[in-house]
Design a protein around this ligand. Structure first.
Ligand code: DC
Length: 236
């Protein structure tokens, strides 16, 4: 290893973090999962935490404007993320398998509404930071590089046109046998982007030191290769 490369490394005890932020459908969920697998690092899906608060609230009949109760839920969330033997993810809430409901479009929409509440965001902050464990963490979200891990070693912001993101989502849902209307999906994506990027606390925006990658027209593998080569050129 050259001296220059050694100097660019963070101190040994600092767990390196790669953040991938961006809107839904930009590919960041799949890309960050694959990058974490290739590097054999920990993985944080922060959006799933906001979705889980929404699912728990609906289970318990808590209203979306009951800030105090939602904050307590976020603080006490009893959850576990697992990977099954066949590679599928499993998300548990208080021991129950809630994977399908967590991944639904409706849960994404509820999560985006809950995510505007500053007290809920604060309640989830330490839980997200606890994922930072050796040998490294790949963190997927909206504010990973700006708020949760401002000292991340590499910050990526993935984007793609709303039309392309709607097409991708439409295809995914169709493959799952769920029929949706493409123009309605596009409308929902645009509305969610608007809410996520214009809220007062931790809005979705690239960190000033983030590398912005437009994934329009790129395959997942091409984006993974780009992220890994950015990481290697900086730190390996
Ligand atoms: O990435 P996702 O679709 O699972 O996220 C669902 C919603 O959760 C998203 O619309 C906004 C919110 N979210 C957030 O505010 N901050 C994050 N770090 C991750 C998600």
């Amino acid at each position: 290893m050259s001296g220059a490369a050694t100097n660019m490394r963070q101190p040994a005890k600092v767990v390196p973090v790669i953040t991938l932020d961006g809107p839904g459908g930009s590919g960041k969920g799949t890309v960050s999962r694959v990058v974490a697998q290739r590097l054999e690092w920990q993985f944080l899906d922060s959006g799933a935490l906001y979705r889980l608060v929404g699912v728990a609230a609906q289970d318990q009949g808590i209203a979306m404007d009951d800030v105090a109760a939602l904050t307590v839920l976020a603080e006490r969330l009893d959850t576990d993320f697992r990977t099954l033997a066949d590679g599928r993810e499993q998300i548990l809430l208080s021991g129950a398998d809630v994977t399908t409901v967590v991944r639904s479009e409706a849960s994404g929409d509820v999560a985006s509404r809950i995510a505007v509440i500053p007290a809920v965001r604060r309640a989830l902050l330490q839980r997200q930071r606890d994922f930072r464990q050796q040998p490294g963490l790949v963190a997927d979200g909206r504010d990973m590089g700006t708020v949760v891990f401002p000292d991340a070693a590499l910050k990526i912001y993935l984007t793609a046109s709303a039309e392309e993101r709607a097409q991708r989502r439409y295809k995914q849902l169709k493959e799952k046998g769920i029929s949706v209307n493409l123009s309605r999906l596009l409308g929902e994506i645009v509305a969610r982007d608007e809410r996520d990027s214009h809220r007062e606390t931790a809005p979705m925006t690239p960190a000033p030191d983030a590398r912005v990658i437009d994934t329009t027209g790129f395959s997942i593998e091409e984006v993974v290769t780009r992220v890994l080569s950015l990481w290697e050129s900086k730190f390996v």
